[in-house]
Design a protein around this ligand. Structure first.
Ligand SMILES: Cc1cc2nc3c(=O)[nH]c(=O)nc-3n(C[C@H](O)[C@H](O)[C@H](O)COP(=O)(O)O)c2cc1C
Length: 189
């Protein structure tokens, strides 16, 4: 199975990278192919809202010449896509949010008989690390993730939140367990 992971943190050695790394190691160990995209290494601008992309259903028809379309091509070629983000103001990091908004070019005819999603049937998961608790803190991001996947006709395998993170070196045993559980869930299909 090919799994594309997207590290949405601006920090390549931060808390989210640490947990995502454990998840990736586990899947690689199980014989799966993992392809990591560090969003901070790519140029992904915000959606312009021009709607030009809606004229093309069989390819990402975005007019912007940044890295979003190549990221989408990678995602389209994968069986599963994992989105990993630090919790920033109860939501996604702005770097990952820009890519999420750009998903607009992958879906056409939403709500009509001509509906088409280039991500249809992908298995997806969300990984979030945060400094606070899950309750009343990391709830909204999970709701947005569900809506996004419903919009793109993807199958959410799970949403995994690692609360009370401080530094990568002080990550709890629970965090490692979460990464392993996530890998098991994705691998089991
Ligand atoms: C701009 C900013 C906003 C944040 N907002 C929240 C928040 O709403 N809730 C929370 O629990 N932690 C919040 N945090 C803490 C981070 O989510 C947490 O430290 C996370 O594990 C950082 O991951 P990273 O090292 O991968 O960047 C915020 C941190 C920053 C820098």
């Amino acid at each position: 199975m090919k799994i594309t992971t997207i590290l949405g943190s601006p920090k390549k050695k931060g808390n989210t990278a640490k947990v995502l790394g454990w998840f990736e190691d586990e899947l690689t160990h199980l014989g799966h192919e993992v392809d990591r995209i560090n969003i901070v290494d790519r140029e992904v601008n915000g959606c312009l809202g021009c709607g030009t992309c809606q004229k093309k259903a069989d390819e990402p028809g975005c007019v912007q010449k940044d890295d979003a379309v190549s990221i989408f091509e990678n995602m389209i070629s994968a069986d599963s896509v994992v989105y990993a983000s630090p919790l920033y103001c109860w939501g996604f990091s702005s770097q990952l949010k820009a890519l999420i908004d750009r998903h607009f070019c992958l879906i056409t005819g939403y709500g009509s008989p001509e509906y088409r999603s280039l991500l249809q049937g992908k298995r997806t998961a969300l990984l979030v690390t945060c400094a606070g608790p899950i309750e009343d803190n990391a709830d909204l991001i999970q709701g947005v993730f569900d809506r996004l996947n419903n919009y793109g006709s993807c199958n959410v395998v799970g949403k995994y939140v690692v609360p009370f993170c401080t530094t990568p070196d002080a990550m709890s045993d629970e965090a490692l367990k979460t990464a392993k559980k996530m890998a098991k869930d994705i691998a089991e299909g």
